[in-house]
Design a protein around this ligand. Structure first.
Ligand code: AMP
Ligand code: MG
Length: 379
C-alpha cells in the first residue's frame, strides 16, 4: 500500500497536493469567496508568501480580510494532513521536538548546552552528528566550523539588539574558535580552549534525515519534509513523477529563482536573506567566515545543495556559501573523489548570475520573471 504524507512547517505550497486545493476551495465556499482554485493555480502560487497569495487571489479585498481567509485555508489544510499522517504526524513532531531539545544550544537544558557548560558530554547521537560536522569542517578547509558559537553570540543575529563587533573583539573571540578544539572519541564529545559547539549549520538537515527515516520506517513512500530552507524529499510524488521544489530568489524571498525537479533527495539553501540585520546601509548576514569572524563575503548570495543526505546537504550549503564559487566546485570534486558523494549546486552570485552544475541541466527550470543570467556549469 502506498502512503502519502506531506509535511510542511512553513506554509510553502507544494504541487501534488490535491487535498490542499480541496481544503482551500472548501474554505472559499464556506466564506462565500467567489473563487475556486485549480492545481495549476496552486503551481502559480508556489514560492510566494502568504500575503502575496492573498492579494493575488482577492485583489479587491481589504488586507486583513484576505489574510484571515488565507490563514484559515492554511489551518484547514492541516486537518487532512494530520489525518493522512494518522499517528505519524505526532511521531514526526515528537522526533523534531526531541532533537531540538538535544541540539539547541540556546536551550539551557539541551545536551549541547551541557557540553558547552561542562566541556564534555557523552551522547551517541550527538557524537555521530558532531563527527559529521567535523568531517565536513575538515573537507571544506575550515569554511564549515561548528565552533563559531562565540562569534555568533557577539553578533547576536537572533537577539533583540544585533550589533557589529569591533575587530579587536572578533580577534579575541576567534582564539576560541577552531576545529582542533573539538574532539569526538567514541560517544564522548569534548571541547578545549573555551570553545563552544554550535550545530546551527547542520541540525535542520539532520532533523530532516531523522523525519525521513521515521516516515520510511512506517511505510511512507512519498513525502515532502519542509523544514524551511531545508527540504527533504522521500520518494517521488504519489503519481510517480518528480517533486517540484521552488528555490527562493535571495534578493526577494517572496519570488523564486526557478523550480527544481527532484525525488528522493535533499534540497537545502543557505542565503543571505535568512537571518541578519542592516546597519548604516550595510547588510550583515548570519553565515560567518570562521577565518575573519565576519559575515562571509565570497561573492555568493545564495547556495542550494542537492544531496541525498540531509545533514551533509545542510552543512555543505553553509560551507559552500563561505567558500564561494571556485571553492564550492573544488569541494564538490573532493566529495566525489574522497567520499564517493555526488552533489549538485545552484550558486547565485552577487553580480546577478545563477550558475548550476551540469547534473541539474535537465532539472532546473529558471523562473521566467527572473532578472538573473542563468548558466549551466559544465563540470
Ligand atoms: P545555514 O542557514 O544552514 O547556512 O546555517 C547558518 C547557521 O550555522 C548560523 O545561524 C550559525 O548557527 C551557524 N554558522 C554560521 N556560520 C557557520 C560556519 N562558517 N560554519 C558552521 N556553522 C556556521
Ligand atoms: Mg546549512
Amino acid at each position: 500500500m502506498k502512503k502519502y504524507l506531506l509535511f510542511d512547517l512553513d506554509g510553502t505550497l507544494w504541487d501534488a497536493s490535491i487535498p490542499i486545493v480541496q481544503c482551500w476551495n472548501d474554505v472559499f465556499r464556506r466564506k462565500g469567496a467567489d473563487k475556486q482554485l485549480s492545481l495549476d493555480d496552486m503551481h502559480r502560487l508556489m514560492g510566494k508568501t502568504l500575503p502575496e497569495i492573498a492579494s493575488a487571489l482577492f485583489p479587491g479585498w481589504p488586507d486583513a480580510a484576505r489574510q484571515n481567509l488565507i490563514q484559515e485555508c492554511c489551518e484547514a489544510e492541516l486537518v487532512p494532513l494530520k489525518r493522512q499522517g494518522g499517528t505519524l504526524y505526532p511521531l514526526v513532531e515528537e522526533t523534531l521536538r526531541t532533537l531540538d531539545a538535544k541540539l539547541d544550544r540556546h536551550d539551557e537544558t539541551s545536551t549541547v548546552s551541557a557540553l558547552n557548560r561542562d566541556g564534555t558530554v557523552e551522547d551517541a547521537e550527538l557524537a555521530q552528528l558532531t563527527d559529521i560536522a567535523q568531517t565536513i569542517g575538515a573537507l571544506s578547509g575550515g569554511a564549515f566550523d561548528p565552533t563559531v558559537a562565540p562569534v555568533m553570540d557577539a553578533w547576536d543575529f537572533t537577539g533583540d539588539a544585533p550589533r557589529v563587533p569591533s575587530d579587536e573583539e572578533l580577534s579575541a573571540l576567534l582564539a576560541h574558535v577552531g576545529l582542533e578544539k573539538l574532539s569526538v572519541d567514541g560517544n564522548t564529545i569534548a571541547l578545549s580552549d573555551g570553545a563552544q559547539l554550535d550545530l546551527g549549520g547542520i541540525a535542520k538537515g539532520y532533523a530532516g534525515d531523522a523525519v525521513r527515516t521515521v516516515l520510511a520506517e512506517f511505510g511512507v513512500t512519498s513525502a515532502v519534509i519542509d523544514l524551511g530552507g531545508d527540504v527533504g524529499l522521500l520518494g517521488a510524488k504519489p503519481d510517480g513523477s518528480d517533486w517540484r521544489v521552488a528555490v527562493k530568489d535571495p534578493a526577494d524571498p517572496s519570488k523564486f529563482l526557478g523550480v527544481l525537479t527532484a525525488a528522493d533527495t535533499f534540497v537545502v539553501t543557505s542565503g543571505i536573506y535568512e537571518r541578519g540585520f542592516e546597519e548604516n546601509g550595510v547588510r550583515y548576514h548570519h553565515i560567518i567566515d570562521p577565518k575573519t569572524g565576519k559575515p562571509a563575503e565570497s561573492g555568493l548570495v545564495s547556495v542550494t545543495v542537492v544531496c541525498g543526505d540531509g545533514a551533509w546537504a545542510d552543512a555543505l550549503s553553509t560551507a559552500c556559501f563561505v567558500l564561494g564559487e571556485a571553492g564550492s566546485l573544488a569541494l564538490r570534486d573532493t566529495l566525489a573523489a574522497e567520499k564517493n558523494l555526488r552533489i549538485e549546486l545552484i550558486l547565485v552570485t552577487d553580480d546577478g548570475h545563477v550558475r548550476y552544475t551540469a547534473g541539474l541541466a535537465e532539472r532546473f527550470e529558471p523562473s521566467e520573471e527572473g532578472t538573473y543570467v542563468y548558466e549551466a556549469i559544465i563540470a
